[in-house]
Design a protein around this ligand. Structure first.
Ligand SMILES: *[C@@H]1O[C@H](CO)[C@@H](O)[C@H](O)[C@H]1NC(C)=O
Ligand SMILES: *[C@@H]1O[C@H](CO)[C@@H](O)[C@H](O)[C@H]1NC(C)=O
Ligand SMILES: *[C@@H]1O[C@H](CO)[C@@H](O)[C@H](O)[C@H]1NC(C)=O
Ligand SMILES: *[C@@H]1O[C@H](CO)[C@@H](O)[C@H](O)[C@H]1NC(C)=O
Ligand SMILES: *[C@@H]1O[C@H](CO)[C@@H](O)[C@H](O)[C@H]1NC(C)=O
Ligand SMILES: *[C@@H]1O[C@H](CO)[C@@H](O)[C@H](O)[C@H]1NC(C)=O
Ligand SMILES: *[C@@H]1O[C@H](CO)[C@@H](O)[C@H](O)[C@H]1NC(C)=O
Length: 526
């Protein structure tokens, strides 16, 4: 199908239409009196409670949708062969204990299918490969910390989502959303534009209703950018608010695991389950001080924008050139934010923004050295693996260059990483510089103006997800919400804040979402 797409997007689209029309499962409403498409976690739980839906029906629906849509969209890499077994178990538990027991009032995810990015370990029949054939057949020691929390909450791991291979850390030549195992992920809103990197499969799949909710990971833009391009909500949590144990790493200094969902409320319900201490990722201990005792759902408040101070840095976050449509759209959004009670602090400046976004920030220097260290230790920890070091992954790619498209896409970032020798003077200087940039840049503007959040246009609206990069190097959290469409192509609006500011970001993004309700289902057109 990937070949078809490159030969003729039109032909692919025709096949796709055929697949939709010939589907016997299209009108699921007919069987259950309940429409699963676009249903939220709250909708699904209510349907469970009123015996209008079972987890088995829900999983069967998504499995059919995956069979129907995934040959084109390629958002799903593997399906869990035990998903129906777990669904039956969830149905039995619900029947036995009743929907009103403590378990179910505590866990919104009980019986809900979730897709996790393929760099997140699952100790089950599925592979964990970061999209690469080099890791096929590797055996993980245990579930990733976040997966353990999901299973404990009763969520059903439906499968693995595709991604940019190695979270786009092999080279910078491959198209976003491509991996050797998963093929080319496709944006369901417009089959010929990018799904963006690297948690693309998660965003594609949840946007196209192939699953209820998903997890992605972000090192620099990888949750926020695909969420923006696929018109879904992404939460990039404060670094180490969620455990990174069992996640194929780039650098624990920037890596974070977070939800990608169709609504802010869904994402917050997932966040509530995955945050917290994990003894296999000790950084979660310190960061757990930020987690509110009553969880995050309490911040889903319709009047959440009231009194919030939101900063606007026009250059570069709203630099649309002469694009009057984007200019008008965001003018309207600013108006909405004000009408909902926010105080906009306009025309701010991040004095060192060019250095933060530039080549000399030290980000790349630090990441390549850290990647080698942490990938090597991830590979050594595996129970079994065809590759045990970055050097062996590089050798694998050279030996299987056709399979891994090494001629086309290279492995330059790998080679650069392999040539590093730990954290030396150069890397230490880079790390110091990154800290200084965060402190004198984003943090300074936030504190000086007593801001609750900074706002920025995302995705298509700017040439590169600029705010995500600022957030990435400082370990700061961000939430992206759908903000509009140019023709069929979606873009989002991003709210970023200081470490631990998730409660405020949730209030802001939920109230904005409720006031605007911009998300619509994908159109599946070229
Ligand atoms: C789907 O099923 C419902 C209920 O039976 C029916 O009212 C509706 O017309 C059907 N829709 C399509 C597209 O067939
Ligand atoms: C894991 O990979 C093996 C080897 O390719 C494959 O046979 C198996 O089906 C994969 N597991 C799943 C759940 O897809
Ligand atoms: C976490 O810290 C504890 C002591 O506080 C230590 O025993 C343990 O080895 C640490 N775990 C990791 C994975 O670093
Ligand atoms: C924007 O301005 C440039 C010149 O500054 C011009 O070449 C371009 O066509 C303009 N684009 C639009 C959409 O007006
Ligand atoms: C829209 O364009 C005007 C005039 O160039 C500019 O002053 C304003 O800041 C722009 N608005 C946004 C939201 O970019
Ligand atoms: C960043 O550095 C690379 C070489 O490492 C160079 O090719 C590129 O032009 C630089 N970009 C900027 C914006 O300076
Ligand atoms: C899809 O995107 C392309 C490239 O931006 C654009 O030319 C095309 O009109 C879009 N298709 C639709 C249906 O909007």
């Amino acid at each position: 199908m990937a070949a078809l797409l490159t030969i003729s997007p039109f032909l692919a689209f025709l096949l796709f239409l055929l697949a939709i029309l010939s589907s016997d499962s299209y009108n699921f409403t007919a069987h259950t009196q309940f429409s699963i498409r676009e249903a939220t976690i709250d909708d699904l739980q209510l349907a469970f409670q009123h015996n209008k839906l079972t987890s088995r029906q829900l999983v069967e629906f998504y499995l059919r949708e995956i069979r129907r849509l995934n040959p084109i969209l390629k958002g799903v890499l593997e399906v869990n062969p035990d998903a129906l077994f777990h669904a039956d178990k969830a149905d039995q538990e619900r029947k036995a204990k009743g929907a009103a027991t403590a378990l179910f009032s505590r866990s919104k995810l009980h019986g809900i299918p979730i897709l996790v990015k393929d760099n997140i370990a699952t100790k089950d029949k599925m592979n964990t490969t970061a999209g690469s054939f080099a890791l096929l057949g590797s055996v993980v020691r245990r579930d990733a910390g976040v997966v353990r929390k999901l299973r404990k909450a009763g969520a059903i791991i439906l499968g693995k989502a595709t991604l940019s291979e190695w979270s786009y850390f092999r080279s910078d030549q491959a198209p976003a959303g491509w991996s050797a195992r998963g093929g080319q992920g496709v944006n369901p809103y417009n089959l010929s534009v990018t799904p963006c990197s690297s948690s693309s499969g998660s965003a594609i799949s949840v946007a196209a209703n192939m699953v209820a909710v998903t997890l992605g990971t972000e090192t620099d833009g990888s949750i926020l950018c695909p969420s923006s391009w696929n018109s879904v909500v992404g939460i990039k949590p404060t670094v180490s608010l969620t455990s990174r144990a069992g996640v194929v790493p780039i650098s624990p200094r920037q890596d974070t695991v977070g939800p990608i969902c169709r609504t802010v409320a869904d994402a917050v319900h997932v966040l509530d389950v995955i945050v917290g201490i994990d003894n296999n990722d000790n950084a979660t201990i310190e960061t757990s001080k930020y987690i509110p005792k009553a969880g995050y759902a309490q911040f889903l408040k319709r009047d959440g924008l009231k009194g919030k101070r939101i900063g606007i840095v026009r250059n570069p976050f709203f630099d649309f050139g002469n694009n009057t449509f984007l200019n008008q759209t965001f003018k309207q959004h600013f108006k909405t934010l004000r009408q909902e009670g926010a105080i906009l602090v306009d025309h701010l400046e991040i004095t060192n923004i060019e250095e933060i976004l530039g080549n000399s920030s030290g980000e790349h220097t630090a990441l390549v050295a850290e990647f080698k260290i942490f990938l090597n230790s991830y590979l050594k920890e595996l129970v079994a693996s065809p590759v045990r070091s970055l050097a062996e992954v590089i050798a694998f790619n050279n030996k299987n260059s056709k399979l891994e498209k090494v001629k086309e896409y290279g492995q330059g970032t790998f080679l650069k990483a392999e040539s590093t020798k730990g954290i030396g003077d150069v890397e230490k200087a880079a790390l110091l510089n990154l800290e200084k940039l965060a402190k004198n840049g984003f943090e300074k503007v936030m504190r000086k103006n007593k801001l609750d959040a900074l706002v920025a246009a995302g995705g298509l609206a700017t040439p590169y997800p600029l705010l995500p990069q600022v957030l990435a190097t400082g370990g700061f959290p961000g939430i992206i919400v759908p903000a509009g469409y140019i023709d069929s192509v979606p873009f989002g609006v991003c709210f970023g804040g200081l470490r631990g500011s998730e409660p405020k970001l949730i209030e802001i993004s939920y109230a904005f979402e409720q006031a605007t309700k911009i998300r619509k289902s994908p159109s599946f057109k070229d």
